[in-house]
Design a protein around this ligand. Structure first.
Ligand code: SF4
Ligand code: SF4
Length: 378
């Protein structure tokens, strides 16, 4: 499964599932919004994760399961178990790693960086592997070793990509890094390029939340489409890290718990909730302004979280987005969001200037910018 295929599914509610396997991570990136370190033990119960993924069926399953963290490859046997189980039902899995296993002092082979056998087995079991690289990661993991490891993983036949982060289109670091990836892999490895934002890595796969509420305008939230399994096993409708971490979870964003609920139940709640449909189609500020018990206050997401106890907003959502009409509204918004494919998703939610890189073979100008047309294969 290539990166573009995965990203193109992002606008469709419950087409994907984000699984945070652990909050632990051996790296200490300055911008880590999941607050991960080697000593943080928060992680869902492995048996409950296996139960939840085991509840997928061929008829009712997410198309894509994203394994993330923290560092999911600290649990290689669990990765293998979950991805094998998901694949049995027809889901495909993708894994995002910070590449801790290529740090200096790690095992090396004659070809360069060695991927430890248990980790390589786990990587072979997924359908897509993505490596994080940015200025903070590069302080801990050498770029050249990450590149060598990616070559090794590609040699195994696993589709790979980079998840790159910088400060924006004019960031010289990002221009240099994308050029280096292009030169190293001949334009054959796609990149998802995001701008640094105060959200977790799962959110970076998903798109950013807005900042200021604009009650007059409909401003849909794209982060309320794929359910997220948090580090305590609770399932949230949203991948904003502040919301994922908040307890109790706001009622309208709480989809259940992997210890008690199966995928079919979580998916039904995600798809059928009138409030979630309204968040995905017009956004929280518009819902609060039009139907809520008071004007929205605070940031975009603070206004959304406050909707949890707002009965008037819930009644308004039921009236507008309940039943078959609401389902159609939801689907129409998703189809609109997917019209320009993966590049359109990145243009709206990632670093727009680098959106073509989400597709393998997208072109780079010599100075690091991105051309509009396709490149010739090398
Ligand atoms: S940003 Fe990623 S790799 Fe870095 S500390 Fe956080 S989880 Fe680990
Ligand atoms: S808190 Fe609400 S508005 Fe913010 S990202 Fe989550 S679902 Fe969207």
């Amino acid at each position: 499964m290539e990166l573009a295929e995965l990203v193109a599914r992002r606008p469709f509610p419950a087409a994907g599932l984000l699984l945070g396997l652990t909050r632990r991570c051996p790296l200490r990136c300055a911008h880590c919004s999941t607050g991960s370190d080697l000593f943080t033990r928060e992680e869902p119960d492995a048996g409950q994760l296996a139960f939840f993924v085991g509840s997928f069926t061929e008829e009712d399953r997410p198309d894509v399961v994203m394994l993330t963290g923290g560092e999911p490859l600290l649990l290689p046997a669990l990765v293998e178990r979950l991805s094998t189980s998901a694949r049995g039902a027809g889901s495909r899995t993708a894994l995002l790693s910070g590449m801790f296993f290529v740090r200096p002092g790690g095992r090396r082979s004659r070809r360069g960086t060695a991927v430890p056998p248990a980790i390589l087995r786990a990587i072979r079991s997924v359908d897509h592997f993505s490596a994080s690289l940015d200025i903070h990661h590069e302080r801990e993991v050498p770029r050249a070793d990450v590149f060598r490891a990616l070559h090794r993983i590609r040699d195994e036949g696993v589709a790979v990509s980079f998840h790159l982060t910088g400060t924006g289109a004019s960031d010289p670091y990002l221009a240099g890094l994308t050029r280096a990836v292009d030169e190293e892999f001949g334009g054959r490895v796609p990149c998802l390029v995001n701008e640094v934002r105060p959200f977790g890595r799962a959110a970076a796969w998903a798109g950013a939340a807005r900042t200021g509420p604009d009650p007059a305008a409909a401003s849909p939230c794209s982060m309320a489409a794929w359910p997220v399994v948090a580090f305590d096993g609770r399932v949230l409708a949203c991948c904003n890290q502040d919301t994922v971490d908040r307890r109790p979870a706001p009622a309208h964003l709480d989809l259940g718990h992997i210890g008690a609920d199966d995928w079919a139940t979580v998916r039904r709640r995600a798809l059928e909730s009138p409030v979630l449909r309204m968040l995905r189609t017009v956004g929280p500020a518009h819902l609060a302004a039009r139907y809520g018990s008071g004007p929205p206050t605070g940031s975009y997401c603070e206004g959304c979280r406050a909707l949890g106890g707002d009965e008037k907003a819930a009644a308004g959502a039921r009236a507008v987005a309940g039943g078959a009409a609401g389902a159609l509204l939801d689907l129409t918004a998703a189809v609109r969001g997917s019209r320009e494919g993966a590049q359109g998703v990145v243009r709206r939610h990632g670093c727009a200037a680098y959106a073509p890189l989400v597709v393998t073979g997208a072109p780079l100008l010599p100075e690091g910018g991105v051309r509009a047309a396709g490149r010739e294969a090398r």
